[in-house]
Design a protein around this ligand. Structure first.
Ligand code: 5AD
Ligand code: SF4
Length: 467
């Protein structure tokens, strides 16, 4: 934690707001800003920090990218995320031609890749500011630098120990929030670019995490999501000697917090202690996201995942046994170098045996700089596509069957908003992370209500509020 750095950034916020005021005078209105998030929950939380600073320096936050300041918080875990950014930058350039005061910024994981930054420097001159994942806390300072310079500002560093947390944030939901408990990843799964763009794993001090959650609770937050690339290894490297399960127990004791979620768990590090803490808790949600990636032992080894098919299946069985009603969801990848149809059969076998409540299925994407990118036996596209469809079909069938098991039950839902398609309905999230839509109005937002899950619609329910 670095208070001095936070103080410095507050000074830059003041300096930057002078420029925003000046812009407001020129425009004759409050300047607008739009933060666009690509990728995971970590990025979503980072975007709340970016939004907090933009609001603090005088911008009005809007959803439209036709704004006076647009920032893309990018992802690079798969190549299609990168391509999306290049495509949308073209559209932004069109807006900028009509609005010469417009500023465009890029940050996040993709900016930690030299090739991406080079391409933007060469072909996207209209971008005003680029920074990476390690210096997001400097956003106010970077905005100030951008305002005083004539050319593109680029600030990318290769790793940073600083954790600066006391800066303003603007939460998307008043009643729920992500909380970073660690940064980076040390696992080096051979396909994954995250360790290279997010750096080495570093846990936050438990006291700082607890204080942040207490503050959030006072501010009206009742549901929190503890965030890290591999939360099960939380505590490694901290002097106090604390495990993730112990951290959860401490978080449970915080008044006002009613639901605790966490993301993401690595199967190799999931402890019996964690299962016990979850089983004995009323607050920890009945949901576990446990990325499988692949079912074949050969592929798991080549991926450097450090568990076998049998171990994964046994772990999932133990969790289900100890925590009835839990939903287990997963990530599955198809098309890793050298993967055969038989290997994919093994993946499907795990899906059938574990019975995932939901699964995100991805086509393997070659990421330059990772060990897998250098493997010679990359799989042909049409073979991958066929296998992907097979996995997806099985995943969908299983998820639909699993969702049925709660039909007719009454469960507590936290109402997150009015339904986007039908304003007579509200949408609530169950402890197991599934959604239920039921009649109600915006007064219910942020409240916990009992809902009868009358009809299962595959991946969600239609329900009725129970009094
Ligand atoms: N290609 C495809 N999917 C990937 N993931 C990570 N790296 C890649 C890649 N190179 C997936 C994994 C991970 C999820 C967040 O993204 O399934 O769990
Ligand atoms: Fe990537 Fe593996 Fe780390 Fe997850 S655990 S971020 S897949 S290297």
């Amino acid at each position: 934690m670095s208070n001095r750095e936070a103080d410095l950034q507050f000074e830059y916020m003041e300096k930057a707001s002078a420029f925003v005021d000046e812009l407001a005078n020129t425009l004759g209105r409050i300047p607008t800003a739009c933060v666009v998030t690509f990728g995971c929950q970590m990025n979503a939380r980072d975007s709340e920090k970016l939004s907090g600073i933009l609001k603090k320096i005088g911008y009005e936050l809007i959803d439209s990218e036709n704004a006076d300041f647009v920032i893309y918080n990018t992802c690079t875990v798969r190549d299609n995320a990168n391509q999306k950014v290049y495509g949308r930058l073209g559209v932004l350039n069109g807006y900028k031609k009509k609005n010469p005061h417009m500023k465009i910024a890029l940050c996040g994981c993709m900016m930690q890749e030299t090739s991406a930054v080079e391409r933007i420097r060469e072909s996207y001159h209209f971008v005003d500011l680029i920074f990476g994942t390690h210096n997001i806390y400097k956003f106010a300072e970077l905005i100030y630098t951008m305002f005083v310079s004539d050319s593109m500002v680029v600030d990318i560093v290769d790793g940073n120990d600083k954790i600066v947390e006391e800066l303003p944030t603007e939460r998307k939901y008043p009643f729920k929030s992500g909380v970073n408990i660690m940064y980076g990843c040390n696992n080096f799964c051979t396909y994954c670019i995250v360790p290279y763009v997010r750096g080495r794993e570093k846990s936050r001090e438990p006291g700082d995490i607890i204080r942040e959650i207490e503050k959030l609770s006072k501010d009206g937050v009742t549901e929190i999501m503890l965030l890290g690339q591999n939360v099960n290894s939380y505590g490694r490297g901290l002097s106090g000697g604390i495990t993730f399960a112990q951290l959860l127990s401490e978080v449970e004791r915080i008044d006002g917090i009613r639901r605790i979620r966490f993301m993401t768990s690595h199967p190799k590090d999931l402890s019996e202690e964690l299962i016990s803490v979850m089983a004995g808790s009323d607050k920890i949600c009945r949901h576990l996201h446990l990325p499988l990636q692949a079912g074949s032992d050969r592929i798991l080894k080549a991926m450097n995942r450090n568990y076998s098919k049998e171990k994964y299946i046994a772990l999932a069985a133990r969790i289900k046994d100890r925590i009835p009603d839990i939903s287990i969801t997963t990530d599955i990848m198809v098309g890793f170098p050298g993967e055969t149809d038989k290997d994919v059969d093994e993946t499907i076998d795990v899906v059938r045996k574990v019975q995932f409540d939901n699964a995100f299925t991805f086509i393997y994407s070659k990421r330059n700089g990772t060990p897998a990118a250098a493997m010679e036996n990359q799989v042909e596209e049409n073979v991958v596509k066929e296998n992907f469809d097979r996995v997806l079909k099985c995943v969908q069938e299983t998820a639909r069957m699993r969702a049925k098991r709660f039909e007719g039950r009454t469960m507590e839902a936290l109402v997150e908003g009015v339904n986007e398609n039908d304003s007579t309905l509200v949408t609530g999230r169950l402890s197991n992370n599934m959604l239920v839509h039921f009649e109600g109005s915006n007064e219910l937002i942020g409240r916990y209500v009992k809902v009868s899950l009358d009809e299962c619609k595959g991946f969600y329910y239609l329900g009725r509020k129970v009094f």
